[in-house]
Design a protein around this ligand. Structure first.
Ligand code: F0G
Length: 434
């Protein structure tokens, strides 16, 4: 099947070969995306094939990404693919969270069940496949944690050398530990995410290293599988809303592209609306989208939030995300540190853990239902992007009333659950439990 890299800028529309190492359009600097001539496939046959692959023992069929490979047919040789059986993440109900969010029901699509604990694995398996196909030896990324853990795992599994750049002192041990264990060369840089991304782009160019941040179009192709799998799990019935946190906005871009392509192919009959939620201290996309006139995009110079995964002030994929949010008649919301922390505790009470950035979804839903944007009886899927064990320190501090937001602002343990210190005395403990 014909596949190209295309500039998303309609005024430019330049096309490039799928094996060119490009991240931006050389003509106009616009973002690039993979484009295919899908033709007119037999949709029912595809849906049947994808179901049958769930019973297969073949590694690619067992992957919740590559099972749907017909929708991102950019690889020309399956031997380039490295799979750790990513995807295959569940849809979970959370009645307590629904009530808190002002909804009759809510469904969580939990990407934290991935091999390295986040949705990045869906994209990384695709990015690493392309790196191997291109004959790259080294891959690099800047990361607030999840991307680095994921890239380290997939690169090492695929015999590539992973180079990781992280903001010094601003990454959780749960993530740094993974990168070290998976053998990545790890550089802690005295700068924030946006500054380090600019640095890594220079180094990638200079040293011929393949860049695996979400500006890489093949990462986006892999992340499309999150919504494809979601629709398959829902028997191709789209929800009214898909809610997700927004940082660098790669995932928003991937979800929108995946939904559009499924809609154009006739796999789903309508587009769900996207709701993107940002943290108040790192919400340039919210600010940009809320002005009707669309004034120039203004980056946040010093982004601040305890939800480190979305602590990004200059999201590279905002033009793609804008297009996708507008195409789905979507919305962008923002939430405070207190709202994120409380929503996270409520999700936890459902027996479902997630990291702070993921909990921004429920906090956003609560605001959007209160404002009448999302109806109480709407069918809503919130995407929990990362695993609860990324930030155990945050959790302990919240529940014990020690959590402080940016500027040392105390966060109240409104749903706190403090551990109790007791003597080694069965009678005293019996009294307490009674
Ligand atoms: N949720 C989690 C758990 C993340 O790790 C990220 C991004 C996001 C949401 C935001 O997604 O950038 O596609 O809008 N984490 C990156 C990293 C920045 O380095 O791991 P986005």
């Amino acid at each position: 099947m014909q596949s190209d890299l295309a500039c998303i800028n309609v005024a430019c529309g330049a096309r490039y070969g799928i094996t060119e190492v490009l991240y931006n359009c050389p003509k106009c600097t616009g973002l690039l995306e993979a484009r295919y001539e899908f033709g007119d496939p037999d949709v029912a046959a595809l849906q049947r094939t994808w179901r049958e692959r769930r019973m297969s023992n073949a590694p690619l069929d067992q992957s919740g990404v590559w099972r749907y490979r017909e929708l991102f047919p950019f690889v020309d040789d399956d031997r380039h693919i490295v799979t750790l059986r990513e995807g295959n993440t569940p849809l979970l109900k959370g009645p307590r969270a629904a009530e808190y969010g002002g909804l009759d029901q809510i469904t969580f699509k939990h990407q934290g069940f991935n091999p390295t604990g986040s949705f990045k694995d869906n994209g990384m398996t695709a990015g690493v496949a392309q790196a191997r196909r291109l004959g790259m030896k080294r891959v690099a990324c800047v990361s607030t944690g999840n991307t680095s853990a994921s890239m380290a795992a997939y690169a090492s599994a695929g015999g590539l050398e992973p180079l990781i750049f992280i903001p010094h002192g601003n990454i959780s041990y749960g993530k740094l530990a993974q990168a070290l264990d998976y053998g990545a060369r790890t550089f802690q840089v005295e700068a924030n995410f946006d500054q380090i991304l600019a640095l890594v782009r220079v180094l990638a160019e200079r040293l011929g290293i393949y860049l695996l941040n979400s500006i890489n179009p093949f990462r986006i192709e892999g992340q499309k599988s999150i919504v494809i799998e979601m629709m398959d799990q829902r028997d191709w019935q789209p929800p009214d809303w898909i809610v997700l946190p927004g940082g660098n906005l790669g995932n928003t871009s991937a979800f929108g592209k995946g939904l559009r392509e499924m809609h154009e192919l006739g796999l789903i009959r309508r587009l769900p609306r996207l709701a993107v939620v940002q943290a108040e201290g790192a919400s340039p996309f919210y600010e940009y989208m809320r002005c009707e006139g669309r004034t120039p995009f203004i980056a946040t110079e010093h982004p601040e939030t305890l939800a480190t995964a979305i602590k990004i002030g200059d999201p590279v994929s905002w033009p793609k995300a804008q297009f996708e949010v507008e195409t789905t008649n979507g919305v962008v919301e923002r939430v405070t540190e207190q709202e994120i922390a409380d929503a996270k505790a409520i999700i936890g009470q459902c027996g479902i853990g997630c990291e702070p950035a993921s909990a921004a979804t429920l906090a956003g839903i609560r605001k959007l239902t209160a404002a009448g944007v999302i109806a109480r009886d709407a069918d809503v899927v919130a995407v929990l992007t990362g695993n609860v064990l990324k930030d155990p320190d945050y959790i302990y501090r919240y529940h014990t009333g020690q959590l402080k937001g940016p500027g040392d602002c105390p966060i109240q343990p409104n749903f706190g659950n403090r551990p109790v210190v007791v003597p080694n005395d069965a009678d005293r403990i019996t009294e307490l439990i009674k």
